[in-house]
Design a binder for this molecule. Sequence first.
Ligand SMILES: [Fe+2]
Ligand SMILES: [Fe+2]
Length: 263
Amino acid sequence: MRILFIGDIFGRPGRTIVKDRLAGLVRERDIDLIVANGENSAAGFGITPALAEELFELNIDVITTGNHIWDKREIVDYFHMVEGNGHGPARRVLRPANYPSDMPGSGLYEGMKGKVPYAVINLQGRVFMASNDDPFRTADQLLQTIKAKVILVDMHAEATSEKISLGWYLDGRVTAVVGTHTHVPTADERVLPKGTAYITDVGMSGPYDGVIGVKKELVVGKFLNGMPVRFEPATGDVRMCAVIIDCDENNGKATKSERLMLS
Ligand SMILES: [Fe+2]
Ligand SMILES: [Fe+2]
């Protein structure tokens, strides 16, 4: 099985490049399963139900998120629509699993791709981020219930050390641990010794002529004067960052991992 994971889709520029490039990539590279982080789809801040469904129309199977999940309040109602529709689009948008358990939404999706069962887990780090439950032990708990062999984990976190530690912690227990959130791709993609594909950060799919997606003048200004400012998405130098992970669908072990940056 070949999995494509697309890094944080940022605003209209990110959505547009994914729309333009995805179908060709799927065809040329024989992709089976597509997962994307969509936490910045709505002009950088959150995701709306309409934007989630726009991404699902591109044949993305599951959307993961992170700390921006609640920026657009409509997503809360969307999560409440899940009841009774265990595989509908609303169910296939995840929020980090290690949020308080009474929050709307879920951090785990289990589905089928053809005849292959798979699972996607969304976690959020705790270093330099809001204090959530422990992502390591949350992963342990979820893995006890998951039957699928093919398991992808989106570790949405700031600190490289926390992400690398989770990669080692889950090595051999999941197919892939992919990092998101920093919007800066790292060049450390590899398959760990027990068969887990790992990358510290996949990188943003969005405009690179700004500061992690935002107009550079606004962010540079904020560093200079510390005044509050309304962030707006940058527009230029749009790139799509992703990883392709090959795995043996019978045991879930990753065999190969490749980093992509398309412009
Ligand atoms: Fe992000
Ligand atoms: Fe984030």
